[in-house]
Write a protein that binds this ligand. Structure first.
Ligand SMILES: *Cc1c(COP(=O)(O)O)cnc(C)c1O
Length: 368
């Protein structure tokens, strides 16, 4: 008799909705025969990678018969230097997503609590389900994290709180004083994960907490960063966590020894010190965001306030048809149905011409 694997899976996993990534351009090309496609679906960097990163990665590929450095020595030294951290506070991950999963595996026994916000980054739910945690999803306020409500939901079973600042898919953020009030309220036994995947894009005036500088202050704070977004290395998979040395030791025991490959290690190290590249990426994003905001306001489309490299559009009606019509125009954006935001579409800020294509396509589709 065949085994019913769905009934064998743990409860959290059996009822898990699969992650739905943005539609790859190659898939749209196959389906509709389009060639000139603009992909604004996955918050990727619209530039190529830093030339320094590309050269560093290419150079190490001749050594690919060997395992990568299991400690990531050079990259950790570079991160420590760049952000004024100690090496014993650092864990490297195969993307920062892996680090979120590791934290749930280390800290949460089945039935213990994981708390995160409604519309919070989707990886938190998956990590909590795999850990068989008791999940508490706290109602959002204006689609953003309601930190006071989140603190209010922390109880004696809670082991982990996941916060994204800015959050994806909403772009919303909380500021320094809100975060500090939150940390005062949360008991020290509860680990708070501050996911800063978009921190390079944040406007200084927004006064967001700088997580990496706060890790020394709060022993229960873990900050995650990634090379996938502003550093343009999404395809190589590398991110890092900064935390108290004891928690860092545990994380390093649990991660796979060779979780970050040789090309990713080399490219990330090189890109950390390519300040010019990062500056260009951030400036272009700022200009592109202004361009999109202006175009969208002409179209009468409202937008959530975003500190990321993306905008979340509220179309005031179910957005499925609009998403599909945009695909036929060769413009891929992200529908937010799977995140219970059926009226919203998420648009990654692209290069000027890509943003223009998106605005033109939206204009055409909305006037139909
Ligand atoms: C993209 C993203 C990540 C992580 O991406 P990795 O590629 O796994 O480093 C983490 N958190 C948020 C909120 C993101 O949007």
């Amino acid at each position: 008799m065949a085994i019913d694997f769905y009934s064998r899976a743990t409860a959290g996993v059996a009822t898990l909705n699969p992650y739905r990534p943005g539609k790859p351009a190659s898939e749209l090309q196959r389906e509709l025969g389009l060639t000139d496609i603009v992909s604004l679906a996955s918050n990727e960097n619209p530039f190529g990678p830093s030339v320094k990163a590309l050269n560093a990665a290419t150079e190490v590929l001749t050594g690919m018969t060997r395992y990568p450095d299991p400690t990531g020595y050079r990259l950790k030294q570079a991160i420590a230097e760049r952000f004024d951290l100690a090496v014993d506070q650092l864990t490297l991950g195969n993307g920062s997503n892996e680090l979120l999963n590791i934290l749930a595996r280390i800290l949460v026994e089945p039935g213990q609590g994981v708390v995160y916000s409604q519309y919070g980054f989707v990886a938190y739910e998956i990590a909590a389900r795999v850990a068989q945690a008791k999940r508490t999803v706290v109602a959002a306020s204006g689609f953003g994290h309601d930190l006071a409500a989140i603190a209010g939901q922390v109880d004696e079973t809670t082991r982990l709180v996941f916060l994204a600042n800015p959050n994806n898919p909403t772009g919303t953020s909380f500021d320094r004083s809100e975060f500090s009030a939150f940390m005062q309220r949360v008991p020290e036994q509860v680990v708070v994960v501050l996911d800063e995947a978009y921190s390079e894009y944040v406007e200084p005036e927004a006064d967001l907490p700088d997580g990496l500088s706060l890790v020394k202050e709060y022993s229960n704070l873990v900050v995650t960063r990634t090379f996938s977004k502003a550093y343009g290395l999404a395809g190589l998979r590398v991110g890092f966590a900064s935390a108290n040395p004891e928690l860092t030791d545990l994380m390093n025991r649990v991660r796979e020894p060779f979780n970050v490959n040789c090309a990713a290690l080399a490219a990330a190290e090189a890109s950390l010190f390519d300040g010019q590249y990062l500056e260009r990426v951030v400036q272009t994003c700022r200009a592109g965001k202004a361009q999109l905001l202006e175009g969208l306001s002409h179209l009468g489309v409202s937008v959530l306030p975003s500190q990321g490299n993306f905008l979340t559009l509220d179309l005031g009606q179910d957005s499925t048809g609009i998403y599909q019509s945009l695909l036929r125009e060769g413009v891929i954006v992200r529908p937010l149905h799977p995140y219970d935001m059926p009226n919203h579409l998420r648009v990654t800020v692209g290069l000027e011409a890509e943003n223009e294509r998106c605005l033109q396509a939206l204009k055409k589709v909305l006037s139909c």
